[in-house]
Design a protein around this ligand. Structure first.
Ligand code: PGA
Length: 254
């Protein structure tokens, strides 16, 4: 059985002090749920080390929000995968819509980042999903993106990844994508993984949904059979709301 998965993306938020209080509150509130759900926190780079320390060996994963496509060399302003691993990261979020927009990333560049992450022992959480104006073409776009993003990846690498289905139009919105849309997208991802990498890999990789996930909508979203968990930005930064969502994930996938 796959362990359910919960991803909290802090984006540009949280000072060192705020990050420490968040972790304290989350550990106190989520308690033993952290054994049942694989929770991954993605703080900004400035807080990675301190969040790792505050977690103090508790079973919560640390992830970065991006990585350089370069292994080393002179690239001012970038952070290579090996330094993220050194800072305690085991995961890295790749291909987020905001990174694509702000920094001009495309699928081929995200693929290079996947390569660098895997070389350094980091597990990608790979964001897939249609652009804002492609809502009706979601399944076509997934079928186009996945082969480019995963080019050169072995089945054993893919089995250890998480796939975050997050349509651009659902991010920062009043409500998440409708259940049928989420179910169809996540099912398409799992089906593609099965066809290309086989049952074992498709059965091991986690597929989650993100985009305006809230405590109010989480239970509904978890009705989609291929959804192994949820990712959240705004609600992922509120330890009480996030612990509540983690509880719903644990209950829906026990
Ligand atoms: P949101 O952000 O939950 O605030 O919509 C999600 C994300 O961008 O990952």
């Amino acid at each position: 059985m796959r362990k359910p998965f919960a991803l909290s993306n802090w984006k540009m938020a949280m000072t060192i002090g705020e990050a420490q209080s968040y972790v304290g509150e989350l550990l106190a509130t989520a308690g033993d749920l952290l054994e049942r759900v694989e929770v991954v926190l993605c703080p900004p780079c400035t807080a990675l080390h301190v969040v790792g320390q505050a977690l103090g060996g508790r079973p919560v994963g640390l992830g970065a929000q991006n990585v350089s496509a370069h292994e080393g060399g002179p690239h001012t302003g970038q952070v290579p995968a090996r330094l993220l691993a050194d800072a305690g990261c085991r995961w890295v979020l790749l291909g987020h819509w905001e990174v694509r927009r702000d920094l001009g990333e495309d699928d081929a560049l995200v693929n290079r980042k996947v390569r660098r992450a895997l070389e350094a022992g980091l597990r990608p959480v790979l964001l897939v999903g249609e652009a804002r104006d492609r809502r009706g073409a979601a399944l076509d776009d997934l079928a186009q993106q996945l082969p480019v993003l995963l080019a050169g990846s072995r089945a054993s690498d893919v089995a250890g990844m998480a796939f975050l289905y997050e349509p651009e139009w659902a991010i920062g919105a009043a409500e998440p994508a409708p259940l049928e849309h989420v179910a169809a997208g996540c099912h398409a991802i799992r089906t593609w993984l099965r066809l290309v990498y086989g049952d074992g890999t498709a059965g091991a990789a986690r597929v989650i949904y993100g985009g305006s996930v809230t405590p109010e909508y989480a239970g509904e979203l978890l009705k989609a059979p291929d959804v192994d968990g949820l990712g959240a930005g705004r609600r992922g930064r509120d330890p009480q709301a996030w612990a509540f969502i983690i509880r719903l994930i644990a209950e829906a996938r026990r």
